[in-house]
Design a protein. Structure first.
Length: 262
């Protein structure tokens, strides 16, 4: 395979990479993964994300993740707005969104999500959306809001119908380790119908482990295994899937054809 790979969503700032982060990058590049998008999750971690953004081949975004809702302070949205004005190399806002597994915090999650969507509108940036057990609700709200229709529905795991709703709104779908499981038949059907310009490839490292790697730390080098699954499901070559995912990622985040900030 000759086409390079772009991991469109990986949390390489997380503490679990502190001991071997350099080796993680080396293994990724040896496997053909040469570009990385690292999203922010909490205010405390933004400095680590921004530091990674100084590395060759790493694009970054900042956001407030719904999983960590209890970690976000009252001033964090204001701080996010300030960071957006300070750093012109940020390629998106996020990771933000809704995680319906945590029902008791849904009111706070929606308020935080919609505030970040408005920041995306103001700064004309795409959003990186975390959407768990809430595809229908999130798609409905995105349709209602007057927003730039550009963003990534990260770790998409829904049905063909749900995929179509997001695609029709102008959003791109992130495909990762979930597709490698034989039981994910609904997702497999969605993968076959997504147009060539409608998806990116991602690992969500250190999370979203692939089939056969349950319980292991995920890392970008394993993106090649996801690529093989997506290519098989779509009946396409690995090179063509990798090339489409690369160009889609660059277009989504406003990068040049080489994956660098333009």
């Amino acid at each position: 395979m000759n086409a390079p790979l772009f991991d469109a969503h990986c949390h390489l700032d997380f503490d679990c990479f502190d001991a071997d982060r350099g080796a993680v990058f080396e293994r990724a590049r040896a496997a053909g993964v040469c570009r990385f998008m690292v999203p922010g999750t909490t205010r405390r971690r933004w400095k680590h994300v921004l530091a990674l953004g100084a590395r060759e081949g790493v694009a970054v975004s900042l956001g407030l993740h719904p999983y960590f809702i209890d970690s976000h302070g009252d001033s964090d949205l204001e701080a996010l707005a300030e960071e957006l004005g300070r750093h012109d190399r940020l390629v998106a806002i996020g990771e933000c969104g809704i995680d319906a597994r945590f029902e008791t915090t849904l009111v706070q999650q929606w308020a935080l999500f919609e505030a970040q969507l408005q920041l995306a509108r103001q700064h004309r940036l795409p959003v990186v959306i975390h959407c768990v057990h809430a595809d229908d609700q999130v798609a409905k709200r995105l349709r209602q809001l007057d927003l730039p229709r550009r963003g990534l529905v990260h770790a998409f795991g829904g049905s063909p119908q749900q995929a179509r709703r997001f695609l029709d709104l102008g959003y791109t779908l992130g495909l990762g380790g979930a597709a490698t499981y034989d039981r994910a038949q609904r997702l497999h059907r969605a993968v076959t119908m997504i147009p060539d310009d409608g998806f990116v490839l991602e690992t969500d490292s250190p999370d979203m482990p692939l089939s056969g790697r349950q319980g292991q730390r995920n890392e970008p080098a394993y993106l090649m295994e996801t690529l093989a699954t997506i290519a098989r499901l779509r009946g396409q070559t690995r090179d063509s899937v990798a090339a489409n995912a690369w160009s889609n990622t660059c277009r989504l985040f406003g990068l040049d054809a080489d994956g660098r900030a333009s």
